[in-house]
Design a protein around this ligand. Sequence first.
Ligand SMILES: CN(C)C(=N)NCCC[C@H](N)C(=O)O
Length: 275
Amino acid sequence: MSADTPRTARPRHYLMCRPTHFTVDYSINPWMNPAKPTDGDRAIAQWERLHALFLDLGHTVELIEPTPGLPDMVFAANGATVVDGTALVARFRHEERADEAPAYVEWFRARGYRVQQAEFTNEGEGDYLLVGGRLLAGTGFRTDRRAHAEAERVLGRPVVTLELVDPRYYHLDTALSVLSDTEIMYYPAAFSPASLKTLQELYPDAVLASAEDAAVFGLNAVSDGRRVVLPEAAVGLAGQLRARGFETIAIDLTELLKAGGSVKCCTLELRAAAE
Ligand SMILES: CN(C)C(=N)NCCC[C@H](N)C(=O)O
């Protein structure tokens, strides 16, 4: 598709979590260095700009109350995967985040979602990305490979397993982003040779990110089908997207990057049951 391709934005329903208690006081990924100071006010200001931006774009945003002592809870995308009104709630790999799961169970139950508590480790939309009718599923660092069959059964979508091999890209959504129901962008070196072949076969026209754009979390982006919100440092990727007819909106979330997250990590999509 070219820059002249007309694209349609679909209004989305998101869940976010204010980084009230954000800090980096443990390390569970290579981006986290507890010796490096964080600025809580700056994290909140950056997050608030993202929140306001989604509202300006016409999306609906709900909020989950941040729990004291859970500094990574701002990364709401990890809380669950929600398809057709069913929330498959995360079971976190690391003890430091384990207590986030009950907060999500409670949030979804209170709002009438069908809630499934996971048997196997999975980190929600960090590793599960819905592209049209297909669920791309990451494994290698966080989500257990056995969780993929569970996701297929609970969410009713065929799953494609993708193996991540670079610890900097420990969640699928740090290395791959969904642009529309048929298009993705990804960083090839983050995947095993077999998974790369799978991606090349399924998405021969995908946008391929450079190492530089991947390293500033350019792939941790959120698209509504026409407008792609992505970290402002990912300038090469933004140019590639505009050449394909997407509008790009750059945002600074560098304070949250100190914990290994950016735009997509803060944004869980809520997909209602079909009417
Ligand atoms: C896309 N998503 C949701 C993420 N990549 N999440 C960021 C999680 C960061 C956290 N410190 C952790 O290591 O779990």
